[in-house]
Ligand binder design. Structure first.
Ligand code: GUN
Length: 300
């Protein structure tokens, strides 16, 4: 029976964070400018609170200036939009991240469209999405897909000419990842299938065709061993909390891949937690440093 090599996303993310810290220090030495990011957190969603706290710690460790603006769950949309406008206009701040999800009185599309594209280090603004789609000019790509690209590159997994099957078509992961992988560039050039739930019973036929299989549909352990061809590289983007009464907390995190079964089929596999997750924050720091560099050199 084969046994997959497991990619250590935590270690890889720590390496990238250290690289960004060193580059930011050099940038400060030459310009006197410290990259600065603002996080806006609306309400008390416990998962969002943890994510934003971890992003703040990562920014601190990278030597960035940072600020978390926490506002109550009942904040009006207009008040949040005013906060975004103020950050857009603050020349000392290079990156802005509004943590999602937002409470129901606030329309996410209004928020996304108001972000200054050059400070949108999440890569959500339509200008960034559009430039990614046509591969033109400076843009920010979303951090989780960037983390997957970086992971494949650092593990020396070739993607050019290979068949990558992505399961999940979200704006956050599946769609931008399909665009990144299929870009006409020596680092990409993959042949991409963007599969999703509408494939129904055909899904397994598609996933078994993959050289590289990326699970990003947000369904716990949905990719079972029978859906994976022997030797496939399997990247698990899912983070799902499931009930587990053997744990003191009563729950645990699992991915979208049935890890215990698929590790006997895959050649390379990412764990959950400790796989793609830590890479997301590392790429957020990378995007923020890039934002500071571009704004300083006025290359939008
Ligand atoms: N909520 C879950 N993931 C993300 C992310 O990558 N960015 C933001 N802003 N909110 C999120």
């Amino acid at each position: 029976m084969t046994e997959a090599r497991v990619i250590d996303g935590k270690r890889m993310a720590a390496e990238i964070r250290e690289e960004v810290r060193r580059e930011a220090a050099q940038f400060f030495d030459t310009t006197g400018i410290r990259p600065r990011i603002v996080f806006i957190l609306v309400g008390n969603n416990p998962a969002s609170e943890v994510y934003v706290r971890n992003k703040g710690i990562a920014a601190e460790e990278a030597g960035f200036a940072h600020e978390t603006k926490s506002v109550p769950v009942e904040t009006e949309e207009s008040a949040l939009l005013d906060m975004i406008l103020a950050v857009n206009e603050d020349p000392a701040t290079h990156g802005l991240l509004v943590q999602f999800p937002l409470p129901q009185q606030i329309r996410e599309e209004r928020v996304i469209e108001l972000l200054a594209p050059e400070k949108d280090v999440d890569g959500f603004h339509p200008r960034n999405v559009g430039r990614l789609a046509i591969g033109m000019g400076n843009y920010f790509a979303p951090c989780t897909p960037l983390g997957v690209m970086e992971m494949l590159s650092r593990e020396r997994v070739p993607v050019a000419g290979r068949h990558v099957v992505i399961v999940g078509r979200s704006n956050l992961v599946g769609k931008p990842l399909a665009l990144l992988l299929s870009q006409k560039s020596p680092k990409a050039n993959a042949v991409v299938t963007l599969a999703h739930s509408a494939a129904g019973a055909k899904l397994g036929d598609l996933t078994r065709e993959a050289d590289i299989l990326i699970a990003a549909m947000g369904v716990p352990r949905a990719i079972t061993a029978d859906m994976v061809r022997e030797g496939t590289v399997v990247i698990d983007v899912g983070i799902n909390r499931i009930e587990d009464n053997t744990r003191a907390s009563g729950s645990r995190l699992v991915g979208d891949v049935d890890y215990d079964a698929v590790r006997h089929k895959a050649s390379l596999l990412t764990p959950v937690p400790g796989g793609v997750g830590p890479m997301t924050i590392a790429m957020l720091l990378r995007n923020t440093l890039t934002a500071a560099q571009r704004q300083t050199l006025k290359r939008q």
